[in-house]
Design a binder for this molecule. Structure first.
Ligand code: FRU
Length: 538
């Protein structure tokens, strides 16, 4: 449907057509990044799930490859579901994935490349002894899925976890194996949190407390913290927490029980789900992939013939300043798409004003923005005990003493459609400041069949830090990173007027009591090459 074709992103990964969900088994092999994904070859809604496959040299430009695995065995007849890759020390690749059997039981299966000398890893073989794991006693047959990448124990065994639930407690079951064919279930759990429901796509990995590089999954020791992430089926958000892994009893303890997995911080406060990290040995970094769905109607998706995209891959580091957060940042390779830029240096934006930023076309942008608030006005501003939250607020149109201020993307000339991304500061009793970071979809489109949420969260701001945003705009996607990636919001927006050459960019300050100074650098972004496989018969 050409009416909707402008929505198609230009530099985010997606298949040529049809439905996509979770990232699967990302890995680096013989100079190529491999990306697999949950895919419906038959339509733009979830179903008939197979593994799609694509390769890239730089995580930005992609070549689609033939489907890697399809349901062709009793143990995955209802779907080749999510899984993860492990690279053994000798370079061998082991893939573990969930099969939904002919009776819709969730089992774990082993697969490996048919020809390890093929850098494109086109053909995959399923192990003849599959399934290698079935739901253990006490676990519902439909609550046992999404094996992690394996890591080594000090005894030299490989350890994995698998997400599940018992009553309403989300849990991570632990298994050890030497050969990926025979497994031993360990007593207890890696972790579990009451009230969080089914844990999908659990991820577990180390982050360095001292270094600015990523760590391979088996790294452990005093210089390391461990992250547990669960995708909560009950609210479709990815929650993580930072804590300590105790190898001996195969458990993990959060640093702060108040921000445990599922009740504390999220990777992203917009749409971002079923994510998975992998270690990139080439550049010594850990990279996060996340599924960004649609927030229009299923009807519109069928009209478009496609649904979902993947986030720009994000490098992951521990935020050493807070200790409670991770820093997520678009991989540096995305900067190779930057074309011409415009700079706006220390622009004063008075309370209650809006300014157009003349950058030309505004559908493919990379924006870096920094904001400083007038100190005297900040000191004078009244205290309010407002229990502000982005999602329950009136959005960017609602004025407060110290916010909102930020950038409106995918706006039309008259601002009848716009997606404001902004900060909103609240001064509490005793003068303490709390900064909120929001993305307001409420006026993003005149269409009526799209979600118009106001997304957001509070974001920790350390002493001496300026407020900062990085925004990637790609047609119907707005991915925003506040404070260096401490808090992120990805959203989908479907304007009807602010499209193609009609899309504009604005700077605004809708606070009543404070003026701000903004500095921005804005790049036009090139499109990525995301190419079909030469002999594709689809
Ligand atoms: C998460 C998920 C996984 C499952 C897959 C099926 O979105 O539900 O738990 O393996 O998608 O497509």
């Amino acid at each position: 449907n050409s009416m909707l074709s402008w929505q198609r992103p230009a530099f985010h990964f997606q298949p040529e057509k049809n439905w996509m969900n979770d990232p699967n088994g990302p890995l680096f092999y013989k100079g190529w990044y491999h990306f697999f994904y949950q895919y419906n070859p038959n339509g733009a809604i979830w179903g008939d799930i197979v593994w799609g496959h694509a390769v890239s040299r730089d995580l930005i430009h992609w070549l689609h490859l033939p489907l890697a695995m399809v349901p062709d065995q009793w143990y995955d007849l209802n779907g080749v579901w999510t899984g993860s890759a492990t690279i053994l020390p000798d370079g061998q690749i082991v893939m573990l994935y969930t099969g939904s059997t002919n009776e819709s039981v969730q089992v774990q299966n082993l697969a490996y490349p048919a020809d390890p000398s093929d850098p494109l890893l086109i053909n995959w073989v399923k192990y003849s002894g599959n399934p290698v794991l079935v739901p253990p006693p006490g676990i519902h047959p439909k609550d046992f899925r999404d094996p992690t990448t394996a890591w080594l124990t000090s005894e030299g065994k490989w350890r994995i976890v698998i997400g599940s639930k018992i009553n309403k407690t989300g849990i991570a079951l632990v298994y050890d194996t030497r050969d990926f064919k025979n497994y031993e279930r360990l007593d207890g759990l890696l972790h579990g949190v009451p009230g969080t429901g089914m844990w999908e796509c659990v991820d577990f990995y180390p982050v360095s407390r001292t270094e600015e590089n990523g760590l391979d999954t088996s790294i452990n020791g005093l210089e390391v913290k461990h992250v547990v992430k669960a995708s909560l089926d009950q609210d479709k958000h990815d929650y993580y927490a930072i804590g300590t892994y105790h190898e001996k009893n195969s458990t993990w303890i959060p640093d702060n029980p108040k921000i445990d997995v599922g009740i504390g911080v999220r990777y992203d406060y917009g749409m971002f789900y079923a994510s998975k990290t992998f270690y990139d040995p080439d550049k010594g970094r850990r990279i996060l992939w996340g599924w960004i769905g649609e927030s229009d109607s299923e009807f519109a998706d069928v009209q478009k013939g496609w649904a979902s995209i993947q986030s720009i891959p994000r490098t992951i580091l521990l935020d050493k300043k807070t200790g409670t957060h991770l820093l997520q940042w678009p991989v540096e390779e995305v900067e190779s798409l930057r074309l011409s830029s415009n700079e706006f240096d220390e622009v004063e934006v008075k309370a209650g004003s809006v300014m157009k930023l003349a950058v030309g076309s505004a559908t493919q942008l990379d924006i870096i923005a920094e904001f400083e608030i007038d100190k005297k006005a900040l000191d004078k501003a009244p205290e309010s005990n407002a229990t502000f939250s982005c999602s329950s607020s009136g959005g960017a149109a609602e004025r407060g003493a110290l916010g909102p201020f930020g950038v409106s993307v995918l706006a039309d000339e008259t601002l009848s459609e716009q997606t404001p991304v902004y900060f909103y500061i609240v001064k509490g009793h005793g003068g303490s400041l709390k900064t909120h970071f929001c993305s307001d979809q409420s006026r993003s489109s005149e269409a009526t069949d799209v979600n118009k949420h106001i997304y957001g969260s509070s974001v920790p701001v350390q002493h001496g830090e300026k407020l900062s945003l990085r925004i990637l705009v790609d047609h119907s996607i707005v991915e925003t990173f506040a404070q260096g990636g401490r808090t992120c919001i990805a959203s989908r927006v479907y304007p009807t007027k602010a499209i193609y050459g009609a899309a504009r960019l604005f700077l605004f300050n809708n606070a009543t009591d404070v003026s701000i100074t903004a500095s921005l650098k804005i790049w036009q972004m090139n499109s990525a090459f995301i190419r079909p496989y030469p002999n594709d018969k689809n």
